[in-house]
Design a protein around this ligand. Structure first.
Ligand code: DNO
Length: 352
């Protein structure tokens, strides 16, 4: 596995100078942030970003994310032009040597939480999700969730949601199929691996359909265009927020098939009703057995990219919720330690 760290560009309070000091850190995961969604990412911007990252001794192979325009998810007539733009962005990324593109197909909302500052007994703060709180929100009356993207004005959000009222799960699937059939041939030609991120949390919210939330969905998605370039970002914390998802089994199955190109590794403490909060990465701290998950990657011969996912805020750090330096750095070191332990245990013939 190749260890990477998400970096939000020059505005990120966590600098490349700091990231390179994390033991075992190989590369950066980032994006071109100043091109409007739906436009083509120009080669010069990609090159400049890559040069900056590489000048810090880090590799840059993975994009998170090239966002999918809402018109594509809604299946509007403009989608053909937007899909052509997306394909051109993939060609431009390939021309600059990029290898993996993470994206998602969640309508309107990317990851959603009801608190960004839940205090844990040790005084750290973390992100949490409470089903009852979300169910009480009427999105048409406006949304005031912490971290909610304020780029939509209330009226815009209302009209977007009303467009989605006709989009059932089946319609969203057929729009995803249309998108994949439009971009995967270009990905194959260009040598880019597409890696869809699952829905976070893995359930419908605000009446909007969510279709990438469990094994059945992942299998269906991969079969739409059955080539390695149509692959997954397997996010343990997103899928793990539904205790019916067996992450170890998912890793064994899909990494075994060479379809996981990017692994997001983090732990969550989950209840059966679907409430959860994000813990430190260790197995003991959350509901997921991180040791077994990493072992599943190891045993599948996984050579793809990994990143520690969200971290808590610790040691007085402030910054982008989930994306501070300290707890994610601890996560990276822990994950590398698990990997080394498994590798050495196997090499010495003992069960690690
Ligand atoms: C959350 C992230 C997601 C992810 C997108 C991929 O922290 O994992 O926002 O980047 O869903 O498109």
């Amino acid at each position: 596995m190749k260890m990477t760290f998400r970096w939000y560009g020059d505005s990120d309070p966590v600098t490349l100078d700091y990231i390179r000091q994390i033991p075992g850190m190989d590369g950066i995961v980032s994006a071109v942030y100043d091109v409007p969604v739906g436009d083509v990412w120009p080669v010069e911007k990609i090159k400049a970003l890559k040069a900056k990252i590489e000048s810090h001794g880090l590799r840059f192979d993975v994009i998170e994310s090239v966002p999918v325009h809402e018109d594509i998810k809604l299946g509007k007539p403009s989608r053909d032009r937007l899909i052509a733009n997306y394909a051109q962005t993939l060609r431009n990324l390939a021309a600059c040597g990029l290898k993996v593109v993470c994206y998602n197909f969640m309508p309107v909302f990317d990851w959603t939480r009801t608190t960004l500052e839940m205090e844990l007994p040790d005084g750290s703060t973390t992100l949490g999700f409470d089903v009852a709180t979300v169910n009480k929100i009427d999105p048409n009356a406006g949304i005031s969730l912490p971290g909610w993207d304020a780029s939509y004005k209330p009226d815009e959000l209302k009209s977007l949601l009303s467009e989605y009222s006709k989009v059932t799960e089946d319609v969203l699937w057929s729009n995803l199929e249309y998108f994949l059939k439009g971009v995967i041939p270009t990905a194959v030609e260009a040598g880019i691996k597409m890696a869809i991120h699952p829905d976070d949390p893995p359930r419908p919210i605000f009446g909007l359909p969510r279709i990438v939330k469990n094994r059945e969905d992942l299998k269906r998605l991969l079969s739409i265009v059955d080539v390695p370039e149509n692959g997954l970002t397997l996010c343990s914390g997103s899928l793990g927020a539904d205790c019916k998802n067996d992450i170890v089994a998912l890793v064994r199955e899909f990494a075994g098939q060479g379809r996981i190109h990017f692994a997001h590794l983090r732990n969550v403490k989950v209840t059966e009703q679907g409430d959860f909060y994000e813990t430190g990465h260790r197995s003991e701290d959350g509901s997921l057995d991180m040791g077994e998950i990493v072992r599943a990657y190891y045993e599948a011969g996984f050579t793809g990219y990994v990143r520690p996912d969200h971290g808590r805020m610790i040691w007085g750090e402030t910054g982008k919720p989930g994306y501070g330096l300290y707890d994610r750095a601890l996560g990276a070191v822990y994950l590398n330690g698990l990997w080394e332990g498994i590798a050495k245990g196997k090499a010495s013939g003992k069960a690690a």
